[in-house]
Design a protein around this ligand. Structure first.
Ligand code: C5P
Length: 221
């Protein structure tokens, strides 16, 4: 049994990749499996929170007793979050949101022609930055950061840039970390401290992240 230390709290988690359509058969995406976010949603539910999981397309099974909101693109995820984020106490943004989307989505399948081709891209909205800059008193924001270089410095910048409380950083180049594995090696970076965790299962990381969030919330109150 879990200690119900999140009882009475509303937690919203985003997970998975986004898909950005090029035409009716093609899209741009990334290697996110959603596993980390699903584990956080499940752990929060087991610890008594009222949980919403907003997820891009993955092969994960949504945890039981969680309000599941499936989305496809970054813009869909943005709409789903705009409707809900102010109603939550803790926001965990583990989704791998595509930074760019095709400028034009072709109505019909794009036919191949001789020679090369170019797809023009537009920036997607930064969902976490939007929420962080529109946050309400008492909310706690946790983002994720995946880097292959200068992980700590690049991740710390996001605390201020996105106006959030905690960044969970993982270095894609560390063995047992990142996409598709059942384990992760992360550093938890807040304004108060930097905590390096050892190699853990994503389930264990999920609980450690919730422990850190609860600890930082308590310090603030
Ligand atoms: O800036 P970067 O993409 O590295 O930041 C990662 C964090 O920001 C993650 O928590 C991710 O979910 C979030 N993000 C977002 N919208 C974007 C890009 C990233 O919410 N367009």
């Amino acid at each position: 049994a879990y200690e119900k230390d999140l009882k009475g709290l509303k937690v919203i988690v985003t997970a998975g990749p986004t898909q950005e359509s090029i035409d009716p058969v093609r899209y741009i995406t990334n290697h996110s499996t959603g596993k980390m976010g699903y584990e956080i949603a499940k752990a929060a539910m087991l610890r008594g929170a009222e949980v919403t999981l907003v997820s891009g397309v993955t092969t994960q099974k949504p945890p039981m007793f969680v309000d599941f909101v499936p989305v496809v693109s970054a813009v869909d995820m943005f709409e789903a979050m705009k409707e809900r984020f102010l109603d939550n106490d803790i926001i965990v943004k583990s989704a791998a949101v595509a930074d760019y989307k095709p400028k034009n989505v072709a109505e019909d399948k794009v036919k191949k022609k001789d020679g090369d081709m170019t797809i023009e891209l537009d920036r997607n909205p930064d969902i976490l930055q939007y929420m962080g800059t529109h946050r309400r008193e008492g909310q706690f924001y946790c983002g994720f950061s995946m880097e292959t270089q200068n992980m700590l410095e690049n991740s710390r910048v996001k605390l201020d840039k996105k106006n959030i409380d905690l960044v969970i950083a993982n270095n894609l180049k560390v063995a047992g970390s990142g996409f598709g594995t059942d384990t992760n090696v992360v550093t938890m970076i807040s304004h108060e401290e930097e905590v390096q965790l050892e190699l853990l299962t994503k389930e264990e990381v999920a609980h450690q992240v919730l422990d850190e969030i609860m600890k930082l919330r308590a310090k603030r109150a």
